[in-house]
Design a protein around this ligand. Structure first.
Ligand SMILES: NC(=O)c1ccc[n+]([C@@H]2O[C@H](COP(=O)([O-])OP(=O)(O)OC[C@H]3O[C@@H](n4cnc5c(N)ncnc54)[C@H](OP(=O)(O)O)[C@@H]3O)[C@@H](O)[C@H]2O)c1
Length: 193
């Protein structure tokens, strides 16, 4: 059975965990305060979930999701994520993150910065244009007229294909907006359904 390491157990981390567990995955989920603070969430997610540190979640995952706002100083477990596909849900919110001059100047996208932080991983922008509580409610089967498409982006085509397949099973089409230099965070966010 495939295990997904989820770093970040807030709105997005919890919603992604719930969605992937419904597809049959196991998840190992982490926050910044420690696994003992995740008892309620893990209880809600059920036996396919366990809490761990970020490094343990990264190590346990066949692939990983980072649902943590980007910091300019790398705070992710680089070694444990090495060689893995890493889905980055990060958006750039100046009110929350402050100003990143390197991003504001157009020199780098936030996803290129994440890829630089994780040089031995294959970073994919994903889940950025879906409001977390709607992940389950706006999912639709393939071919449904009201199924929506969400952007994904990576410097690695095989990682794009892998994540597109995951989204298909979650109930979404995808638009490949690769490479990461072209990746656009939300807002502007197209998904208001
Ligand atoms: N909310 C949405 O609907 C939505 C949709 C698309 C994209 N996004 C983007 O996705 C990212 C996450 O958003 P969110 O709404 O889920 O944020 P959130 O609710 O504030 O949750 C952030 C999570 O990250 C954890 N965290 C912070 N630093 C960490 C670290 N160094 N190691 C491990 N865990 C750490 C926090 O743990 P503690 O609580 O223990 O500090 C918390 O569980 C953001 O960039 C956001 O803009 C959000």
């Amino acid at each position: 059975m495939t295990t997904i390491g989820i770093i970040g157990a807030g709105e997005v981390g919890a919603a992604v965990a719930k969605a992937v567990i419904s597809l049959g995955y196991k998840v190992v989920i982490a926050n910044s305060r420690g696994p003992e603070t995740l008892t309620a969430l893990v209880g809600e997610l059920g036996p396919s979930a366990r809490a761990a540190t970020a490094a343990e979640a990264a190590k346990a995952g066949d692939f990983a999701v980072i649902a943590v706002p980007l910091k300019l100083t790398n705070n992710m477990p680089v070694d444990e994520l090495a060689g893995k596909i890493v889905l980055d849900t990060n958006n750039y919110m100046i009110w929350r993150d402050g100003n990143y001059p390197i991003v504001d100047s157009g020199e780098k996208t936030i996803y290129e910065l994440r890829q630089e932080h994780l040089p031995t991983s294959k970073v994919v922008q994903a889940f950025t244009h879906i409001q977390a509580p709607r992940l389950g409610t706006i999912a639709r089967p393939a071919g449904a007229p009201d199924r929506i498409a969400v952007p994904i982006s990576s410097n690695y085509p095989e990682a794009v294909a892998f994540v597109a397949d995951l989204f298909d099973r979650l109930g979404f089409d995808t638009v490949d907006n690769s490479p990461l230099v072209s990746a656009v965070p939300c807002p502007p966010c197209a998904v208001e359904a």
